[in-house]
Design a protein around this ligand. Sequence first.
Ligand code: FES
Ligand SMILES: [Fe+2]
Length: 337
Amino acid sequence: MSSVMTNMHPVLRRCWHPIARSTEVTQQPLRSVLMGVAYVLWRGSDGVLVAFEDRCPHRRAPLSLGTCDGGQLQCAYHGWTFDQTGQCVTIPALGLDAALPPKAHLTSPHRVAESHGMVFIAPEEPLTTLPSVEEAGDASFMLGDLPVLRVRGCAALYADNFLDMAHFPFVHRGTFGAHEAAEVPRYDVVREGFSTRVTFEHEFANREDPGVEQGIRPLIQRRRLTYRWDAPFHLALRIDFLDAGGTNTIGFYLCPEDAETVRIYSSLYRDDLDGDELRMKEAVDFEIAVIEEDLRVQTAYERLEIPLDITTELHTRADRTTLEFRRVLMDLVKAAG
Ligand code: FES
Ligand SMILES: [Fe+2]
């Protein structure tokens, strides 16, 4: 196994990756690429999720060019038709009663599953568990999906950036960073298998709380930040406002599309908006502006990789989370043997 983590590192084939939003998968074929392999996804007649490699066994045409009818997919090139188990059921050029070649079967990924409104694929036997998001199943939270961003970069670097706590006053000066303290508080890292959680509380100036202007609460308030990440690239930051009340969670789910491309699926979960769609739209637009600030740095990396030898980079006590992230990636590589 190579000593740098890239989008195409072989160990990633043994992990779960988000490849589409559940709402994107309909009864017509959808193409989605993960680690350089294209998949075709559709819903069978019973709504069941179907996923195969996007390659017809006949002449390798992309099946996603085809059409579905009654849960069956017909290839656009010569009309071979496949049922939702991937078995070829018709070859028009042979006539109706012809015997079909036994190998006329589509290739499945090892596993496909849905969780919190996302579709996940594990190309090979996964070492990690299927990620979930507790807020997604909680009716008190409103959901705001960001548009899917498709950008140059390395999924490991984007995940590293999401977990990084020391860049806010610099990268995010134009959005929320100007008022953030540069000093990173001390915190503990709790790890269970390939899932990690970091929680700490600190004081901050709550400039968005109307209670401050009304004199109900002081400007300086407490908040609890909880970072959760499931290896390799499934992350969330939960912010609990301990004085003003309310919880904001940012989900950040990364798909390593190919050697140089990442798709960023990000969703906001808020329990403090009273169902107000306009405020959710404002929150989504703000989050897009925050991500654009990160993209300026992340898309500019020349080498799209993270060294797994931790002596290659310098780490300080403020980098404990991102150092742990590197250890988790190394442990994954070790677990794969
Ligand atoms: S390539 Fe698909 S039917 Fe020929
Ligand atoms: Fe950032």
